[in-house]
Design a protein around this ligand. Structure first.
Ligand code: HEC
Ligand code: HEC
Length: 376
């Protein structure tokens, strides 16, 4: 009991100390939410967790029948063995299309209040719906997908057990998938940085400790990557370089223009669209062009390539980009400044970033899926 209290106090002091350090080094009165282990995953009151619901959600996440032509599951683009993304710079798309953004990891997605690269949706439940029905991802018709579920006796039995209904409904499928996603989170005991901040001094190498000080100080990362998720959940334009894979691929340009039209972007803008305008699609404010939601920096070891257009293949490239003060764009964030990091400091920062990943990747094997049975 005493040890628990003591270590809670130690963590508190540590966290307070690192927050102060950051504001001192940045020469600002401003304090940032301290880094630390993630708290238990938030669960919405209208979709409580249960083991049976998570099991059902696991099956549905891997089930290609939740798409238009029964070819594409969530796992097609969020493959556990690819850090729960698809491993490509830009994501694959529904057959006949190619996506124009990088497929995000779903690890720790349960902690965000805004999802997608530019925060277009606000809950995992509505996100699953948007993904499975969206024309460039699952392209499924909700009524058709619902009928398919009703023709699979094993699903009928499981939906009854979990939701108490006689027939599966598609919105319940999204609830089960969301419950499964809420289990895909970093456990503090598996993450070197979390073990360190909870009191184990030897969990971080001296190099990673120097990297932490840079992260909160000279390298200015804490300005946007703060709190347990290492994201301020705000939007910034870093002027990330363009990805030639987009510029040379007509299929990706088609999906981008299609997305402009469906999101109500004025024709003058989308006719010549050659880049992703990010938050602008939602707000239609000039000032939001090219802004994206700050992503978490947890599990980066497993989730390359990086940025909304996957333009950087390694964390070394990302650090060089920040060291230059980001890219070139009239709307670039004033928080982006050249950092003047030495080669040694870049290595230290890298060691810290890697310490934010679990020791082993979180893998879920594809389950055996239940079969259709003809109704007699
Ligand atoms: C064809 C590929 C594809 C399929 C299929 C797909 N996704 Fe995605 N997913 C993406 C891409 C690309 C993004 C980023 C989209 C954006 O920012 O516009 C994304 C983003 C997400 C996010 C947001 C993560 C974050 O950090 O904000 C979640 C959660 C997610 N997908 C879950 C799912 C689920 C659940 C399914 C199945 C119902 C699914 N996806 C199907 C490609 C796909
Ligand atoms: C002005 C806010 C801001 C600052 C400062 C900042 N970042 Fe970021 N970071 C972001 C945003 C926003 C993105 C996504 C940008 C995009 O895709 O266009 C991002 C993306 C990243 C990514 C890619 C993550 C992924 O999953 O693709 C890494 C790694 C990263 N930042 C590390 C750092 C480090 C290290 C520092 C300090 C040297 C830093 N950031 C400073 C806002 C910031």
């Amino acid at each position: 009991m005493r040890t628990t209290r003591f270590s809670a106090l130690a963590v508190g002091l540590l966290i307070l100390g690192s927050g102060l350090l950051a504001s001192r080094a940045l020469g600002q009165a401003q304090r940032f939410p301290p880094l630390g282990p993630l708290s238990p995953v938030p669960v919405p009151p209208d979709n409580p967790m249960s083991a049976a619901k998570v099991e059902l959600g696991t099956l549905l996440f891997f089930d290609t029948r939740l798409s238009g032509d029964a070819s594409t599951s969530c796992a097609s683009c969020h493959d556990p063995k690819q850090g729960w993304g698809d491993g490509g710079k830009l994501s694959r798309g529904y057959p006949g299309t190619e996506h124009w953004r990088n497929s995000q990891t779903v690890l720790n997605a349960a902690y965000y209040s805004k999802l997608f690269w530019a925060g277009e949706v606000t809950s995992l439940e509505s996100q699953a719906d948007a993904a499975a029905t969206g024309n460039v991802a699952g392209n499924g018709d909700p009524m058709m997908m619902e009928e398919r579920l009703r023709q699979i006796p094993e699903y009928v039995r499981r939906f009854k057990e979990v939701f108490g209904v006689d027939r599966p409904t598609i919105s319940m499928a999204w609830m089960a998938i969301a419950a499964f996603e809420r289990t895909l989170v970093s456990k503090p005991e598996n993450v070197p940085f979390d073990r360190y901040i909870m009191g184990n001094q030897s969990a971080l190498s001296p190099q990673a400790k120097r990297g932490l000080a840079l992260f909160e100080g000279k390298a200015l990362c804490i300005q946007c990557h703060s709190g347990p998720l290492l994201s301020d959940e705000s939007y910034h334009n870093l002027a990330v370089p363009r990805n030639p894979e987009f510029e040379d691929n007509p299929l990706r340009q088609i999906t981008l223009r299609f997305q402009h039209v469906t999101r109500g972007v004025p024709e003058t803008l989308y006719r010549n669209a050659d880049q992703d305008l990010g938050l602008y699609y939602t707000t239609k404010q000039e000032i939001d062009k090219g802004k994206f939601r700050t992503p978490s920096l947890r599990e980066l070891k497993y989730t390359a390539p990086y940025m909304h257009n996957g333009v950087f293949g390694t964390l070394e490239e990302v650090i060089d980009f920040y060291n230059r003060g980001g890219g070139d764009d009239p709307n670039k964030s004033p928080l982006m400044r050249p950092l003047g990091l030495s080669d040694q400091e870049k290595k230290d920062l890298l060691a810290f970033l890697v310490s934010l990943s679990s020791d082993q990747p979180l893998i879920v094997e594809p389950p055996d899926l239940p079969d259709y049975v003809a109704m007699k």
